[in-house]
Design a protein around this ligand. Structure first.
Ligand code: AMP
Length: 290
C-alpha cells in the first residue's frame, strides 16, 4: 500500500489509473477505522482496482462547539489494517493541503441539507459536500463507497453526483453493527462504563418500530411514539430527534409508503450518536432493514 499526503501525487495516481482504463474505487473516511469502514473497503475491493482510501478529519464539517479537536486519530493502526485488507493507496492529506490559505468555495445541496442532522448541525453537510466533491476531483473514482449508517449523507452525495454530472457512481453499503445492535462508529470510543450498554437503546428503539410495523402499524406518529418510549426508558440518554421520512426527499411522511427511513439522534451522556433503518414496501407489507 502506498501512502500519500499530497494532492499532486494523489492526482497523478488517479490520472494514471484513468489512462490505463482501470476501475478506481474510493472510500472516504475520517479514520479511527472499524468494521463499518472495512466493509466499505471490502465492497470496493470486490468491484474495483485500484482501491483508494482517504483519511481526513474534515474541519469544515464540525461545528464550533463540536469534537474536532478530540476526534479519535489512530493513524498507525488504521494504516496497518488497510494494508492488510489489500488497499492500494491511502490518501491522508494534512488540513492545509485540502484547504490552503484563501480557500473560499463551498458546495451546498439545498433542501436535503437543512433537515435532520443538518438542522442539529448547521453547516455540517455544506462541509461534507465540499470535501467530498474536492476528494472526488482529486481521486477521480469510478465508484465511491458510503455507509447507510449516515443515510442523509449518502442521499446528499447522490444528489450532488446527479446534479453535477459527476462520473463517480455512489454505492450505499449496509450498516455494520455490534452483536448487541449498536451501530459501529468512531465516536463509540467516547462511551464510558455504563454508557456503552445504554447506547444500544438506539437500536432497541428502531427494533420497537420494526415490531410495530410487523404488527401492521403504518401511522408514523404512532411509530415515533413507540420509538420515543424506548429511548425515554433509558436513563442518561436524551433524544435529539426521531423522524420517519421519505427516502428520496427526506420530508416527513404521515403514513408509510414506498421507501422511507426512520432516523434518530440521541445523546448518550456527552456523546451524540445517530442511527437509522430503511423501510421498504413489498406489496402490501413493509420490510425494515436495521
Ligand atoms: P466516517 O469516518 O465516520 O466519516 O465514515 C466514513 C464512511 O464509513 C461513511 O461513508 C460512513 O457512513 C461509513 N460508516 C461509518 N460507520 C459505519 C457502519 N457502522 N456501517 C457502515 N458504514 C459505516
Amino acid at each position: 500500500m502506498e501512502v500519500t499526503h499530497t494532492v499532486a501525487w494523489m492526482k497523478q495516481v488517479a490520472r494514471q489509473a484513468r489512462a490505463e482504463d482501470r476501475i478506481l474505487g474510493f472510500v472516504p473516511t475520517m479514520g479511527a477505522l472499524h468494521e463499518g469502514h472495512f466493509s466499505l473497503v471490502r465492497a470496493a475491493r470486490q468491484q474495483c482496482s485500484p482501491v483508494v482510501v482517504s483519511i481526513f478529519v474534515n474541519p469544515k464539517q464540525f461545528g464550533p462547539s463540536e469534537d474536532l479537536q478530540k476526534y479519535p486519530r489512530t493513524f498507525e493502526a488504521d494504516s496497518a489494517a488497510l494494508e492488510k485488507l489489500g488497499v492500494d493507496y491511502l490518501f491522508a492529506p494534512p488540513p492545509e493541503e485540502i484547504y490552503p490559505r484563501g480557500f473560499r468555495t463551498a458546495v451546498v445541496v439545498e433542501g436535503l441539507s437543512d433537515r435532520l442532522e443538518g438542522r442539529a448541525r448547521p453547516g455540517h453537510f455544506r462541509g461534507v459536500a465540499t470535501v467530498v466533491l474536492k476528494l472526488f476531483e482529486i481521486v477521480q473514482p469510478r465508484f465511491a463507497y458510503f455507509g447507510r449508517k449516515d443515510a442523509q449523507q449518502v442521499r446528499i452525495i447522490q444528489q450532488m453526483a446527479a446534479d453535477l454530472d459527476l462520473d463517480a457512481q455512489i454505492v450505499a453499503c449496509p450498516i455494520v453493527r455490534e452483536p448487541d445492535g449498536l451501530a459501529l462508529s468512531s465516536r463509540n470510543l467516547y462511551l464510558k462504563g455504563t454508557e456503552r450498554r445504554a447506547a444500544t437503546v438506539l437500536y432497541r428503539a428502531l427494533d420497537a418500530v420494526r415490531r410495530e410495523i410487523a404488527a401492521g402499524q403504518r401511522d408514523t406518529a404512532h411509530l415515533t411514539v413507540a420509538l420515543r418510549k424506548v429511548v425515554e426508558s433509558e436513563p442518561g440518554v436524551a433524544l435529539d430527534y426521531a423522524e420517519i421520512v421519505d427516502a428520496e426527499t427526506l420530508e416527513p411522511v404521515a403514513t408509510l409508503r414506498r421507501t422511507c427511513y426512520v432516523l434518530l439522534a440521541a445523546f448518550v451522556g456527552g456523546t451524540r450518536l445517530i442511527d437509522n433503518a430503511l423501510i421498504e414496501q413489498d406489496g402490501e407489507s413493509f420490510r425494515m432493514t436495521l
